[in-house]
Design a protein around this ligand. Structure first.
Ligand code: 5GP
Ligand code: ZN
Length: 131
């Protein structure tokens, strides 16, 4: 059994609020969202971060596009922050490639407001809207 948390979520050994899957990636809700609908796009293949393998990074593009559309159309996001952390010094805490898609809403704008975690952590309601 892998000791990588996201490999175990990809394998279905640990539950997640999954909202999207294709051949190369899955997407599920972040357990501690910065904003309502905060979603992680995670490669099915284990690589440690976004700079480890260009092909694996590129393979996430359709998932990022699809999940971005879901968050916009189903949750009414007015925009998104799309980011990935590389190494601990940048804030990476799970060392398996993932891209954060953080929906942004007109009533809570701006980059400075990004890192306040939302009080709305009702993942069941958010997943029901998306999946
Ligand atoms: P990082 O800090 O590596 O860029 O992002 C890791 C993200 O994974 C964090 O935002 C954290 O809240 C999320 N996370 C950590 N453990 C779990 C988990 O067990 N399930 C889910 N859905 N998200 C997790
Ligand atoms: Zn992994």
């Amino acid at each position: 059994m892998s000791d990588c948390l996201f490999c175990r979520i990809v394998a279905g050994e640990i539950p997640s609020a999954r909202v999207y899957e294709d051949d190369h990636a899955i997407a599920f809700l972040d357990i501690a969202p910065f904003k309502r609908g905060h979603t992680l796009v995670v490669s099915k293949r284990h690589v440690p971060n976004a700079l480890a393998d260009a092909d694996v990074l590129a393979s996430l593009a359709p998932a990022v596009t699809a999940v971005g559309a879901l968050l916009t159309e189903r949750l009414g996001a007015d925009g998104l922050n799309i980011l990935t952390n590389v190494n601990e010094v940048a804030g990476q805490s799970v060392f398996h490639l993932h891209v954060h898609l953080i929906p942004r809403y007109a009533d809570d704008p701006g980059f400075a407001a990004l890192v306040r975690r939302t009080a709305d952590d009702d993942l069941d309601a958010v997943r029901a809207a998306l999946a």
